[in-house]
Write a new protein. Sequence first.
Length: 274
Amino acid sequence: MPHIELLASLAAALLAAGLFAGLLAGLLGVGGGIIMVPVLYYVFGLLGVDESVRMHMSVGTSLAAMIPTSIRSALAHRKKGAVDEAMFRRWLAGIALGVLFGVLTAASVKGPVLMTVFAVFALAVAFYMAFGKDSWRVASELPGRAGQTVMAVLIAGVSVMMGIGGGTFTVPTLTLFGYPIHRAVGTAAAIGVLIAVPGAVGFILGGLGEPDRPWGSLGFANVVGVVALIPTTLLAAPWGVALAHKLERRWLRLAFALFLAATGIKMALSLIGI
C-alpha cells in the first residue's frame, strides 16, 4: 500500500483537479472529463494500477464523477436561457444509441486504443477552436432530424470512449452550422448529462469482475476517486457558468482550444513513452 503521505498528496491533487474541472464544466459546457481523465490516469499510475485497466478506470471514474457536475452546469445554463430544449429532445435517441456503441466498443479494446482516440480527437478539436474562422461553415443551419441523429450518435460514441462530456464535440460541431457559441455551450452541458449517466453505468457493468482494478472500485469506476472529485467540481461549476456569460466569443474559443491541446499532447506523449 502506498505511504499515507503519497495518498494525501494524491487526494489533494484530485481535489484541485475537481475544482479546475468544475470551472471548465460551467465555462465550456463540458463535464470536466477533459481534465479528469489525464489526471486520473496519472494518479492511477502512481498507485501502481496495471496499465491494462488504467485507461478504462480513468474513463469510467471520470464519467461517474462528472454526473453531478454536468447536472448542476446544465441547470445553471438553463436558468440563463442558454439551453435549446427542442434540440435536446431531438438528440435523445441518437445520444442513447451513441452511448451504447461507445461503451460496447470501449469494453472490447485495450487501453492504448482509448488513449489514441482521446489524443487524436482532442487535438483535432483544439485546432479548429483555435484557428477556425467565423466564416467556416458546413451549412448555414443544422440538418434535419436524421442528420442531427447521426451527429448525436457520433458525438456520444466518441465522448463515452474518451470519458468526457459531449460539449467537447457538440460545441464545435454546432458552431460549424452557424449556431451561437453561448447557446451551444449551454445546450452541450445538458447533452453531457445524457452521456455521463448511461456511460458511467456502462463502464461500471463492463468492469465487474475484471482483475487488476484498484481498491475501492465498482466496475471500471473507482469510488474513492469519484468521492474526491465531486465536491470541488460541484462548487466550481456555477463559477464557470457565470464567467462563460461574461467572456467574448473569441476568448471562449481560445480557452477551449488551450485545454484541449494541452490534454491531447500529454496523452500523445504518454503513448510514445515520454
